[in-house]
Ligand binder design. Structure first.
Ligand code: SF4
Length: 223
């Protein structure tokens, strides 16, 4: 990928008690300030066609940060992350897994919607490595402020941004990768994968696996 990979990692399947500083460092800007700054971001070309920057949301003392790929059509219009179909799937699964949403911050690796126009529709287009690298600036700042005990990478773009290199998500799903800064990153799929499945049976099986992953997340939050 373009640029450097700042997060060297060690692989860890073991459970490690998570630690974090009691409070963010003095130079870590509050989330509201970062959100304001990001409205004018021009670090990559994706701002040109999108409606607005879609920054993360959740408590500043969240224990876990969920990272998706990028805002979708509905998120782009609303200016809020995870309010579209994939977000509803995530919310429902977190509820089923009994994950306390008051401890969760949700965001995306890339904060502008990348799409191809097709008639009146806007079709999702995967951000490239340079765009992910450019937008990591904001993800790093969110993590620096929140200091979560755990990050959840929803899909390959999120994993690439959090870990600093490509991660084969389907192969590494359910694993925890520990970064050199101590942040544990749990690897799973993006919920949009479930929505794209055609057969109801496959969809149901995949949803069960995703629920299992979210139950693991709950355990890791406690651990
Ligand atoms: S996608 Fe990220 S880096 Fe690119 S312009 Fe938007 S906020 Fe900035």
């Amino acid at each position: 990928m373009a640029g450097t990979t700042p997060h060297e990692t060690t692989i860890s399947g073991r459970r490690v008690r998570a630690t974090r500083a009691e409070s963010p460092p003095d130079d870590a800007a509050p989330i509201a300030e970062l959100r304001d700054e990001a409205t004018g971001c021009r670090r990559c070309p994706l701002w040109r066609n999108a409606t607005q920057t879609v920054f993360g949301e959740g408590p500043e003392d969240a224990e876990v940060i969920f990272v998706g790929e990028q805002p979708g059509d509905q998120e782009d219009r609303a200016g809020k992350p995870f309010v579209g179909p994939a977000g509803r799937m995530l919310n429902a699964t977190l509820e089923d897994a009994d994950v306390d949403r008051r401890k969760v911050y949700v965001t995306n690796a890339v904060k502008h919607f990348k799409f191809e126009p097709r008639g009146k529709r806007r079709i999702h287009s995967k951000p490239n490595a340079g765009e992910v690298q450019a937008c990591r600036w904001w993800l790093d700042k969110e993590i620096g402020r929140i200091r979560p005990r755990l990050a959840v990478a929803l899909g390959s773009t999120a994993a690439q941004s959090l870990i600093g290199r490509a991660v084969p998500v389907l192969k590494r799903r359910g694993e925890v990768i520990e970064r050199n800064d101590g942040l544990r990153v749990f690897i799973t799929i993006h919920p949009s994968l479930i929505l794209r499945m055609r057969e109801e049976e496959d969809k149901e099986a995949e949803r069960e696996r995703f629920l299992k992953d979210m139950r693991k997340v709950k355990q890791l939050m406690a651990g």
